[in-house]
Design a protein around this ligand. Structure first.
Ligand code: SAM
Length: 214
């Protein structure tokens, strides 16, 4: 589930690709090195990939560019419509679903990916979906997430204050409203479900999490 923020994306869908390109000053630092993050996730992914929260299809495109097979799952109809309208994504199947509730996947998969989505889930939901993904993946299978998270709650509060002082009120409100986690909790959730995980910082906000099923 974690569908409570979907209306935000229905309103944002038409301008979303401009935001990730750095046109929205408030979110520029959050999307710094966005293309690099997507390319790195696509490179690390195996051959058969399920993507959650595919949005306008930018990570989907990066996966296709690397020759990967992708099933894209996205709950916002507006986001799905924009992704489907991109000619280079015309052969991809975009399915209605969210990180927890989605149509049954019968094909064997080796990787689950997602960028800028995991923070929409509460801590309970995060733990539940990691358990679900552990059951969907073979030994050695991977979960690759790129998302905003913080080394500590103190660092999160500092960045919220900095955003406010810079006049970035929308960003500050977003960081307070949604469920942005600390890295140690994410590492623990994965460990409890039989994954080893590695964390790499991409920018001041975003980390790449590479979790592998033992
Ligand atoms: C910030 S956008 C990221 C889109 C894309 N992954 C990217 O990196 O550009 C977040 C996306 O997650 C979707 N979303 C929101 N809640 C979700 C959930 N619980 N499960 C899956 N996707 C969700 C939104 O509709 C939106 O398309």
């Amino acid at each position: 589930m974690g569908r409570e923020f979907i209306p935000i994306f229905s309103d944002w869908a038409a301008e979303y690709d401009e935001t990730v390109a750095g046109k929205d000053e408030e979110y520029r630092a959050v999307f710094l090195k966005y293309e690099q993050l997507l390319a790195e996730i696509a490179e690390k992914a195996g051959r058969s990939v399920v993507e959650f929260g595919s949005g306008t299809g930018n990570l989907t495109q990066a996966l296709l560019d690397q020759g990967k097979n992708v099933l894209a799952i996205e709950p916002s109809p507006e986001m799905r419509r924009i992704a489907k309208s991109k000619p280079s994504l015309s052969k991809v199947t975009f399915v209605d679903g969210d990180m927890e509730v989605f149509p049954e996947i019968t094909d064997a998969i080796d990787t689950i990916v997602s960028t800028y989505v995991f923070h929409h889930l509460t801590e309970d939901e995060k733990q539940r979906v990691i358990g679900k993904y552990a059951a969907m993946l073979p030994k050695g299978g991977k979960v690759l997430f790129g998302d905003t998270m913080f080394l500590s709650l103190a660092r999160k509060m500092e960045l919220i204050d900095e955003a406010r002082q810079a006049g970035h009120q929308r960003l500050a409100a977003d960081l307070e409203r949604e469920y942005y986690p600390v890295t140690a909790d994410i590492e623990r959730y994965f460990r409890q479900h039989g994954f080893t995980s590695r964390f790499k910082q991409i920018n001041e906000y975003v980390w790449l999490v590479e979790a592998q099923r033992e």
